[in-house]
Ligand binder design. Structure first.
Ligand code: HEC
Ligand code: HEC
Length: 283
């Protein structure tokens, strides 16, 4: 499927994209707490046709924003991770169980975030971390599911991501998930909205350029969930997708929808080789 899309000049002009010099240090390296080495640039995975190097969104942020992520004491996202640590040990639901009852401490989740979304053989479905957590809540704890992009959920995904920081993203794209991955790829390259722009038009054709006051990244999701200075909270992958689709003035899919799950699998696979970085800090 060679679906390279030509630059949509009209839309690009509307957004006043400009090749201004980078405002951040693209040669910087990220080491968290002086001990966790984060791979912020890597050779593109073999399935990517138009990009040779994949880059973390961290590289495109201003120096001050980058610094927040270098130490957990400065990373506002870690406050919510602490809240999730409390909820990890809290029994809920008809079975009187907490996450800790079955999974010991959160460190037992090391490596999990790196391979999600992941195929669940027993259920015969592709699961995002959110779907897996809600499956445990409903079917193992007898508790209410959390709202897909709600605070409790995003905090828990941040905790689970945090114990995998530094590990390479390595989502599988073949076997039972291949057709879903293809669907995600198609969504990524389909132009939508009044502006007729695809994800690729911004994050593949124009990363490194300025769009309004923003420095465009590759739109990677290895750093999710993301603490945004703009709304001062953790943001999930699907919330970000929703925002980006809206920016093209298109109708958007719902968080947790089959479309966004497919898109998440595809976008995650574009970051294979980068480190898990969440919770990261962005503007
Ligand atoms: C009663 C036991 C039980 C409880 C309580 C429980 N889980 Fe699970 N969890 C499991 C089992 C069993 C699996 C493997 C499920 C499968 O493969 O279908 C699992 C799998 C997972 C996975 C995927 C791990 C992987 O390697 O892919 C995550 C993430 C997870 N649970 C998170 C949670 C969280 C967060 C909570 C609390 C909100 C929780 N679980 C509560 C039993 C439990
Ligand atoms: C009109 C341009 C535009 C389009 C089209 C667009 N985005 Fe974005 N996107 C942005 C801007 C601007 C940002 C904020 C700066 C940055 O990180 O690139 C952003 C940020 C992101 C981020 C956060 C990256 C990080 O490291 O925090 C993700 C993920 C993302 N976009 C995914 C997508 C996906 C998936 C699509 C297609 C559904 C899409 N975007 C379409 C402009 C766009």
């Amino acid at each position: 499927m060679g679906i390279k899309i030509v630059h949509p000049m009209a839309a690009v002009a509307m957004f006043a994209l400009a090749a201004t010099p980078a405002i951040s240090d693209e040669n910087a390296n990220l080491v968290v707490n002086d001990e966790i080495n984060i791979t912020v640039r890597a050779a593109a995975p073999a399935h990517m046709e138009n990009v040779s190097e994949v880059l973390s969104g961290w590289l495109f942020r201003a120096d001050e924003t980058q610094q927040f992520q270098m130490d957990d004491f400065d990373n506002p996202g870690m406050i919510w991770v602490d809240k999730a640590v409390a909820s990890w040990g809290k029994a809920e639901g008809s079975e009187g169980k907490s996450c800790a009852s079955c999974h010991d401490d959160p460190d037992s989740m090391a490596g999990v975030k790196a391979v999600y979304p992941k195929w669940n053989e027993t259920a015969g479905e592709l699961r995002t971390l959110e779907l897996q957590i809600n499956d445990c809540r409903e079917n193992r704890m007898g508790a209410e599911p959390w709202k897909y992009t709600g605070g409790d959920m995003v905090n828990m995904t941040a905790l689970i991501a945090s114990v995998s920081r530094g590990m390479p993203v390595n989502v599988a794209i073949d076997g039972p998930v291949q057709s879903t991955w293809e669907q995600g790829k198609e969504l990524y390259y389909t132009r939508t909205g009044q502006l007729e722009m695809s994800c690729a038009n911004c994050h593949e054709d124009n990363y490194g350029n300025m769009i309004r006051a923003d420095h465009l990244s590759q739109g990677q999701i290895n750093g999710f969930p993301v603490y945004r200075l703009k709304n001062a909270k953790l943001n999930s992958v699907h919330s970000r997708f929703k925002g980006c689709v809206r920016d093209t003035r298109a109708e958007t899919y719902k968080p947790g929808s089959a479309e966004f799950i497919a898109l998440e699998l595809y976008v995650a696979s574009r970051g294979n080789g980068l480190s898990v970085e969440g919770p990261s800090v962005r503007n």
